[in-house]
Design a protein around this ligand. Sequence first.
Ligand SMILES: [Zn+2]
Length: 213
Amino acid sequence: MSNDPKTRILIVDDDPSIRTTVAMLLADEGYEVSTAEDGFDALLQLKSTVPELIVSDLNMPQMSGFEFLSVIRRRFPQVLVVAMSGAYQAGDAVPGGVIADAFYAKGSDKPGILLKFVADLLKNSASRAVAHIRQAAPVWVPRNGKDSRGIPYIVLTCTECLRSFPLNVSSEVTSAVMETPCIFCLNEVRYIIDFSLSVASPKKKHEKLAAIS
Ligand SMILES: [Zn+2]
């Protein structure tokens, strides 16, 4: 199955050398590989072809990988995702707030691990897809600023009735998935407040990870 030449994989990374290396690695295994240089480029390609699996960087210009992956999970819940980044340590777990099925630590994990993740995920793709559909992916929302009382707020769009409403939040940066009822239809809206800037710099990550854990 995993070596079926028709299995399509899309690689999304702004670094051309990583794109090429990962593409060659996966093409050697018999996968049909295409590449995109950022989230927008990838979304354009998804209009014509939807791959079985996406390997995406997290820190990219235009649209962060975090946001890109949240869009993918909502619009293409059947697609399997491996996130990769140099901003986290190697380990089995997918970092908090990263909507992916597996996590590959660029630079510290061995390329063989990426191949194993891909093969394992494709083997269980049907049950993964069911799980993705059962729990809607949280909406990725930017921080909006502060209201007239000086309290930070965000604007949420309900995933059910599609109406938008403001919500006061704490100023603390967290990667946790939050939930709040829509003020119009009471549907529980799951969301993550954009924390991508806090993991953009590898220097900062230790403090941030320590703060989270
Ligand atoms: Zn609603």
